[in-house]
Design a binder for this molecule. Structure first.
Ligand SMILES: Nc1ncnc2c1ncn2[C@@H]1O[C@H](COP(=O)(O)OP(=O)(O)OP(=O)(O)O)[C@@H](O)[C@H]1O
Ligand SMILES: [Mg+2]
Length: 249
């Protein structure tokens, strides 16, 4: 199967810090693919490079069979790549509908069309009753839905979700899982950065693991959960053996 997204050899440096180091990953069309790793591993930086918000020092990004490495973010958005931001900053004074319309303007330059599109997307992510409220009045869970809706309103083929479950309580997370699945079922491929492991296990077909900028493993959620390299990346050197009950633990 041809991958919808192919990342090859991406390296991103900030001064002396190598935030992403020779990273490669594939995302198959129609899947929910996870990208996990400890804090500071380079997940958001890799998203930023995939979406074209920052230019990597090396490597390539191919989308739908075409090399998009040299394209700016808005051109990649037109091709069908959308991202959410880990730090959600809606226009607090605008309504929820108007905030979603910011995304919809990408393909619907007329205000009325963009607002109609925003209404449909808002309803699909469960914001229907809140569309006329100011975005500043939303709870954290509402803001996360708004952030997804703004990205979805660009009508992407690939949606990059950066920790959309962060800060939600267990029941809010439970409510969000079917929303994410529905987006995939409607034909949008998803690459998601997520620390909520229970959600990763239940949503993702494939998971890639990054640690200190390097991709260290990929596989099904079950394979990843029992991979000693992954356990060590999260819990420190020797942790896998200690958890397995090693004699010299
Ligand atoms: N614009 C920047 N300038 C300098 N350093 C940066 C910049 N963006 C990220 N970094 C650094 O790059 C590394 C990777 O950061 P990144 O935000 O990609 O990690 P992350 O995996 O998304 O972490 P988290 O799980 O905490 O969101 C970190 O050490 C971070 O401090
Ligand atoms: Mg991040």
């Amino acid at each position: 199967m041809n991958a919808l997204l192919q990342v090859r050899g991406v390296t991103m440096r900030f001064g002396g810090l190598v935030a992403v180091d020779d990273a490669a990953l594939d995302v198959a069309p129609g899947t929910i693919t996870g990208l996990i790793g400890p804090n500071g591993a380079g997940k958001t930086t890799l998203f930023t490079v995939i979406a074209g918000f920052q230019t990597a020092n090396a490597g390539s990004v191919a989308f739908a069979g075409e090399d998009v490495t040299a394209l700016p973010a808005h051109t990649r958005a037109l091709r069908g790549i959308a991202r959410t931001f880990q730090i959600v900053q809606p226009f607090a004074g605008l309504s929820v509908r108007e905030n979603i319309a910011v995304g919809a303007f990408l393909r619907h330059p007329r205000r009325g069309d963009a607002l109609a599109r925003a209404t449909a997307v808002g309803e699909a992510v469960g914001l229907g009753p809140l569309l006329d409220r100011p975005a500043g009045a939303l709870t954290v869970a509402g803001r996360k839905r708004l952030e997804m809706a703004r990205a979805l309103a660009t009508e992407p083929r690939l949606l990059l979700l950066d920790e959309v479950l962060a800060g939600l309580n267990p029941s809010e997370i439970r409510d969000m899982l079917p929303v994410v699945r529905k987006i995939r079922d409607d034909g949008v491929t998803i690459l998601m950065v997520e620390h909520v492991m229970q959600a990763v296990m239940s949503l993702c077909d494939t998971v890639h693991v990054i640690a200190q900028g390097r991709m260290i493993a990929h596989g099904t959620p079950a394979e990843i959960a029992r991979d000693p390299k992954v356990v060590e990346a999260y819990l420190g050197h020797g942790a896998a053996r200690r958890l397995a009950g090693g004699a010299d633990a």
